[in-house]
Design a protein around this ligand. Structure first.
Ligand SMILES: Nc1nc2c(ncn2[C@@H]2O[C@H](COP(=O)(O)OP(=O)(O)O)[C@@H](O)[C@H]2O)c(=O)[nH]1
Ligand SMILES: [Mg+2]
Length: 248
């Protein structure tokens, strides 16, 4: 029987192949099930006796999303949420946030605006997935699906309900967020590429932020969609001369 030494397991970790590595933070009031969700996603287990840890818990899970291997680093606050605010360093570099509330505990739902502000303040470009947890406790439910869904839509958040206990939709929730982060990244990389091509013509121009590049790429996509293809004279092929573009 062979036992793996710490060095060989470190090597195995190093050898792991992945297309992307994304940092996600898990936020929300204390007791809503953040650690339980992370535990279910990463280790497929659940216990009512999960120890509340001190500091920050750091978990890694590699999954396949849209044909790409994504390694996710999950940062789980441990105990600090009692003080409502989590250190800025916790959010640094996060591309996505899993914002959890407990469907049986209305206060954790009412506190969501605080957490949204916090995520937006420290990682403005992060995608946010709202998770209503503990759906197994049907009779104790205090927040309806309709109310949570409406809140999510009003705040431009994705919404998923889950049960860390029954493993209901846990993998789906994390993969949904990772998929959104991935398409954002791919859009941003494409836009950065377009920008650097343009920049060779105008080297003075300031490099845009990731958020700006995403917006730019989305605007270009929309323009391409509405304008259709222009020929070399700036005329839409499907409109003939009517489609001539006002150009310099
Ligand atoms: N019934 C039920 N209990 C849950 C669920 N998720 C977490 N819990 C329990 O809720 C308590 C708080 O969970 P924990 O993960 O420590 O919450 P955290 O403080 O947000 O990290 C623990 O007793 C968990 O066992 C769930 O989906 N269903
Ligand atoms: Mg916890």
């Amino acid at each position: 029987m062979t036992t793996s030494s710490p060095i060989s397991s470190f090597k195995a970790f190093e050898d792991e192949r992945y297309d992307y590595i994304f940092k996600l933070v898990v936020v929300g009031d204390s007791g809503v099930g953040k650690s339980s969700l992370v535990n279910q996603f990463c280790h497929e287990s659940f216990t009512f006796d999960l120890k509340s840890t001190i500091g920050v818990e750091f978990n890694v899970k590699t999954v396949e999303v849209n044909g790409k291997i994504i390694k996710s680093q999950l940062w789980d606050t441990a105990g600090q949420e009692r003080y409502r605010s989590v250190a800025a360093s916790y959010y640094r570099g996060a591309l996505g946030a899993v914002l959890v509330f407990d469907v049986t505990y209305t206060k954790s739902f009412l506190n969501l605006p605080f957490w949204i502000d916090e995520v937006k303040r420290y990682c403005a470009d992060a995608k946010i997935l709202l998770v209503g947890n503990k759906t197994d406790l049907k009779d104790l439910r205090g927040v309806t699906h309709a109310d949570a869904f409406e809140f999510a839509a009003a705040n431009n958040l994705m919404y998923v309900e889950s049960s860390a206990k029954d493993n209901g939709s846990v993998g789906y929730a994390f993969k949904k967020l990772l998929g959104e982060v991935q398409s954002d990244r791919e859009l941003a990389m494409k836009a950065q590429q377009t920008f650097s091509n343009v920049r060779t013509r105008n080297p003075e121009e300031k490099k845009p932020s990731v958020g700006e590049t995403i917006k730019l790429e989305m605007k270009r996509k929309e323009e391409r969609r509405t304008l259709g293809k222009l020929d070399k004279f700036g005329i839409r092929r499907d409109l003939g001369k009517e489609g001539r573009r006002d150009c310099c």
